[in-house]
Design a binder for this molecule. Structure first.
Ligand code: BGC
Length: 773
């Protein structure tokens, strides 16, 4: 397909039909790093359908029998798909990653099916295929969309090499739910940050033309509001207002579609009682009609079957639960007519479609529309011209040095320095170092949830990474991790015993400096991995306390897929580095940061609560009639917590340098709803060494027809500055930034004052204001 090439430093962002732009200029003696502009990632590149492709789609559709159409809307996983399915013209297959098997099935489809339609092969390349990058939540901590774009681009290259042509990514679910394990998979709590990262990932995945041999079609998911399950329990129901849906949860999907994403996955959860894959309002009214999306929607795994009430009927087995469909045929009809085009894993459309057509419960027009959308994507993907991968070449495209180097850079840029009391960090690579902790020489967990085709043996452990830069490094595990899933898991799976603590303490006593590698197992985050207690699991806090008692300098390096409640860790540790699950280059990237080769510059993409009881806690909350005031009884507060703040706020992160913002300026005091305003601010590296700061721009509308969040991120820029250097960062705002959706789904730009904050986290900073009139 012919997506327009994106200019290298595109500057226009369209949200709700208007524009936000950002530029970076330099001032003073030193020059800041080239801008990895966040808004460049948001430049819309979607173009109108190609007439030649439309003609080919129509010509093919005219030849198709009903059976062939019903095959085309079927999507089966590796363990269900058969050669016979391929010969009958099945539409798509997921999770086959062996290029030989992919090719064999493709040859059957192309050579032996009546109409020779190729299969679309799909996989969850979420943060890398073989070269595993940091989990997406971590990557968002980089506040650098280039990190996400590189991850997606290398993932696409490695995926395409084995014959895959679709990835079920990016996951763009905004979430205020750290109990929910899948918060690991997207960019955290903010709609703007998620939008920037969604678009960057789509660009990396698809490029300007996903028929290219190293590109695949992206599938943003899970449409929509899957990130807000009640109680934080995966798959649970979601209930939200229209304005919430449109201001928080839809924007990243819109950004992904504007970036050209041509497939979308509908979600498991019900929104206001209507499951995502039977939701005509979100699928057809918003995605297809309002946004003009002409690609296709696949269901999530068995999400069509799950529409049924339990116990399941016709067939009397399989998934069930939502209770919006009586039986299999009813589920198929509801999903298709709501807008779902492709059914994953269950086969109700294929099995009951003919009868449903005969009964008038589905229409031929709608079935044709679904098939047309799937064929359109296959033509755009170039599958009819190039259906086969080259299995002989597939291996040679995996884990290439450029991908591995990018994974190391990405991991380093993603890490967030949470505490560095007394400048414990950086450590001295010439002094003896001991790595202690269950994650200290661990390969398996470094890959995090959704390790794609990654292999544990590819991962560099913390111990190996530090030893490579400091040969006088030793390792003592202190305790271990059991990698079990329910129902076999226990609370003692991670560091359940202190039997090894004495040995660890002895090692600490004889070393100059200590690295504690702690956190979650990778099984504790990701899909179906919700937790009610999000503290450091097992006896790891006791291990910290035992090491602290030695009086030796130590740093806690955390590996986890969600915000944790780190109060005790913060109280007991002089230095804390949030490393997330960093991917294959984990140990090297940790060593780069700990030894000061890389000056940490990441920021939290999500609030870290003090206590689970504060959840949901997010910086962009509405103010409330009795805003938090812990000095008063009759205000919004907790009786058993002396603050309403999180432990670490959104946007927070330290560096080995300190930075100062100054000179906040607006180019005008008033902006018309059709106009623009530029906001600029100086940032100076006031204490060296060379390092990165993320300048963040937030807005607040103090008087509006709907109570507005206390702050909303509307721009950010990560800059690199030499010691003493200063640069000026400029953001351009317009109606899309000051407006908001109301509860009727209308985008409103209201007159009045807008407060501006330029800051280095979601708290504090410089302020100014302007008027919209
Ligand atoms: C997940 C999706 C994933 C699909 C296919 C589901 O369980 O929710 O995110 O794409 O499986 O693997």
């Amino acid at each position: 397909m012919n997506f327009k090439e994106l200019p290298a430093h595109g500057r226009r962002l369209v949200v709700g039909g208007s524009v936000l732009a950002l530029t970076l200029t330099t001032a003073g003696a030193a020059v800041g790093a080239a801008p990895a502009s966040n808004e460049a990632a948001l430049v819309p590149v979607r173009v109108a359908a190609d007439a030649t492709i439309e003609q080919r789609v129509d010509a093919l559709l005219r030849q198709m029998t009903v059976d062939e159409k019903l095959q085309q809307v079927t999507l089966l996983p590796d363990y269900l798909v058969t050669d016979d399915d391929a010969r009958k013209g099945i539409g798509s297959v997921l999770s086959v990653t062996d290029p030989v098997r992919i090719n064999r099935l493709q040859h059957l489809a192309v050579e032996q099916s009546r109409l020779h339609i190729p299969i679309l092969f799909a996989f969850d390349t979420i943060h890398g295929f073989r070269t595993i990058f940091p989990i997406p939540l971590g990557a968002a901590g980089s506040f650098d969309p280039a990190v996400a774009q590189a991850d997606a681009a290398f993932g696409a290259r490695e995926s395409a090499a084995v014959g895959l042509k679709q990835t079920y990514a990016p996951m763009v679910d905004v979430s205020h739910e750290p109990r929910w394990g899948r918060i690991a998979e997207a960019a955290g709590e903010d709609p703007y940050l998620n939008s920037v990262f969604a678009a960057a990932r789509v660009r990396g995945t698809q490029g300007s033309d996903y028929s290219a041999p190293d590109k695949v079609v992206a599938s943003p998911k899970h449409f929509v509001a899957y990130g807000q399950p009640e109680g934080g329990r995966d798959y649970n129901t979601t209930d939200m207002s229209e304005q919430r849906l449109r201001n928080f949860y839809l924007p990243p999907f819109k950004a992904a579609i504007d970036a050209g994403a041509d497939t979308v996955m509908c979600s498991f959860n019900a929104i206001n009682g209507v499951p995502g894959c039977a939701n005509a309002y979100t699928e057809t009214d918003i995605l297809k009609t309002e946004w003009g999306f002409d690609g296709f929607i696949e269901s999530d795994w068995t999400a069509v079957a799950e529409l049924r009430a339990c116990p399941p009927k016709n067939p009397d087995a399989g998934e069930c639960g939502h209770g919006v469909a009586a039986d299999g045929p009813d589920a198929a009809a509801k999903a298709l007519m709501a807008g779902t085009d492709s059914e994953m894993t269950s086969t109700f459309l294929r099995d009951f479609g003919k009868q449903l057509l005969a009964d008038g419960r589905i229409t031929m027009a709608r079935l044709d529309d679904a098939v047309r959308r799937i064929l359109r994507v296959k033509f755009r993907a170039g599958l009819f011209e190039n259906p086969y991968a080259d299995p002989a070449q597939a291996q040679s495209k995996q884990m290439l040095p450029d991908a591995v180097a990018a994974a190391r850079t990405a991991a380093g840029r993603s890490m967030v320095l949470l505490k560095n009391q007394g400048n414990v960090l950086p450590l001295d690579p010439a002094r003896s170092t001991v790595v202690i902790g269950p994650l200290g020489d661990d390969q398996h967990d470094m890959l995090g949830p959704w390790w794609g085709a990654g292999r544990d043996q590819d991962a560099v452990t913390v111990f190996a990474g530090l030893k490579a830069q400091n040969p006088a490094t030793t390792f003592v595990p202190a305790c271990t991790i059991v990698h079990a899933d329910p129902p076999d898991n226990t609370p003692d799976d991670v560091c359940g015993s202190d039997a090894g603590f004495a040995e660890a303490v002895a090692a600490a006593q004889s070393a100059d400096q200590i690295v504690l590698a702690l956190g979650e197992s990778r099984e504790q985050s990701g899909e179906a991995a919700s937790r009610v207690d999000i503290g450091l699991p097992g006896k790891q806090q006791q291990l910290i306390d035992a090491i602290k008692a030695t009086g030796k300098p130590f740093v806690v390096v955390l590996f986890n897929g969600r915000p944790l409640t780190l109060g005790p860790v913060d109280a007991s540790s002089p230095a804390i580095l949030e490393a997330w699950f960093p991917g294959v280059q984990a140990g090297n990237a940790v060593a780069d940061v700990l030894f000061g080769k890389v000056n940490p510059g990441g920021k939290l993409p999500v609030s870290f609560p003090q206590a689970v009881g504060q959840i949901p806690i997010y910086y962009n909350h509405e103010p409330a009639g009795r805003p938090c005031n812990v000095a008063s009884k009759w205000n919004s507060r907790y009786r058993d917590l002396p603050t309403c703040a999180p432990l670490y706020p959104f946007g927070y992160g330290l560096s080995y340098s300190t930075f100062t913002l100054s000179n906040l300026r607006l180019n005008t005091a008033a902006m018309s709803p059709k106009g623009k305003i530029t906001v600029s601010v100086d940032v100076t590296n006031t204490s060296g060494p060379k390092g990165d700061e993320v300048v963040q721009l937030y807005l607040h509308d103090p008087v509006a027809s709907i109570s507005q969040p206390v702050r909303r991120l509307r721009g950010f820029q990560r800059v690199t500055l030499d010691p003493g250097a200063k640069t000026r960062v400029t953001f351009t705002l317009d109606a899309s930034d000051v407006g908001f959706y109301d509860n009727r789904g209308q985008f409103l730009v209201e007159p009045g004052r807008i407060d501006v904050y330029a800051s280095t986290s979601s708290v504090g900073g410089l302020t100014a204001s302007f008027t919209v009139n």
